[in-house]
Design a protein around this ligand. Structure first.
Ligand code: TYD
Length: 211
């Protein structure tokens, strides 16, 4: 029997919205059902992508350079990890993807989002996530969560509150234009409630068609 394509699930949200725990839960849930799963992240996910991540998160650069490097890392990630996995029936769970460029470089940095549409078409015109969870939370609350972790902050986490407010707004606008793909999750709820919503959504949106 030919192997079906894997599904592509992404997680998005402002910094500090708490997606990491839930990414791990989804990966476990899928593996428990006997599926092959790759857990990966952007920027990053390949040796070159991880080197670009270091630069992107810590090196000052022009906003357009930042956007172009995000897409360059993404091209590498798609070619070496995401596309081969999906074609081999492996599911891909990815911490951030192109929605983050629309939100951070478009909303946050104020770059023209129409430009990203052409880059997106070039880099992955043929492919979009099957399902995206957008963790939504007021930036003040997210900022407090990050501060409590007491770790060193990256370039984006050090941005002012209005930057994160613009990122949040751009994410919500994008969700409004892709209602079927993007599921907005109120990240102010408890871990268990969020886990339940995510588990049910993955079941109905992705696994129901697997049987
Ligand atoms: P993040 O997943 O938050 O890393 P960590 O879990 O280690 O905090 O992602 C790193 C940062 O990269 C995050 O602040 C958002 C930013 N980013 C963009 O600005 N544009 C993009 O296209 C992507 C993928 C990420």
């Amino acid at each position: 029997m030919p192997i079906g394509r894997g599904k592509f699930i992404t997680f998005e949200g402002i910094d500090g919205a708490g997606k990491s725990t839930h990414i791990a839960t989804v990966v476990e849930l899928l593996r428990a059902r006997g599926l092959d799963v790759v857990a990966t992240r952007e920027p990053g996910g390949t040796p070159l992508g991880e080197r670009l991540r270091e630069l992107l998160l810590h090196e000052p650069m022009h906003p357009e350079t930042e956007a172009l490097l995000m897409f360059a890392a993404r091209r590498e990630h798609l070619a070496r990890v995401i596309e081969p996995a999906l074609s081999n029936g492996v599911w891909v769970v990815c911490d951030r993807f192109s929605d983050a460029t629309y939100a951070y470089q478009g909303g946050g940095r104020g770059l023209d989002k129409a430009r990203f549409a052409s880059l997106e078409h070039w880099v992955h015109g043929h492919l979009q996530p099957d399902l995206t969870f957008l963790f939504d939370l007021p930036p003040e609350v997210a900022g407090e969560r990050i501060a409590r972790q007491g770790r060193a902050l990256d370039k984006f986490e050090r941005e002012r509150a209005d930057f994160h407010e613009r990122v949040r707004r751009a994410y919500l606008e994008r969700a409004a234009s892709a209602l079927r793909r993007i599921r907005v999750v109120n990240a102010g709820q408890g871990v268990e409630e969020i886990g339940k919503i995510i588990g049910e959504t993955v079941m109905t949106h992705c696994l129901a068609t697997e049987a």
